[in-house]
Ligand binder design. Structure first.
Ligand code: FES
Length: 73
């Protein structure tokens, strides 16, 4: 489902980034291409990411933001 209508980001994309070590919705948005626009979705996006990170088996110290940004450079 779409979470961010401004950017067209889906919950599946946010969950994937949460499993890869992202904890902040705004950082996840930037990794997907663009930061928040209106910001109306951020609380919901953060809840989705927090919920995913609380799932059993989700690594607390997996690949972090810096690692992913390094690969993108
Ligand atoms: S709906 Fe996500 S920034 Fe506007």
């Amino acid at each position: 489902m779409y979470v961010c209508l401004c950017n067209g980001y889906r919950d599946s994309e946010l969950r994937e980034l949460a499993r890869r070590g992202f904890s902040d919705a705004e950082d996840a948005f930037l990794a997907l291409g663009d930061g928040p626009c209106c910001g109306g979705c951020l609380d919901f996006a953060q809840t989705i990411m927090d919920t995913e990170r609380a799932q059993p088996g989700c690594p607390d110290a997996g690949e972090g933001v810096e690692d992913i940004e390094d690969k993108a450079a």
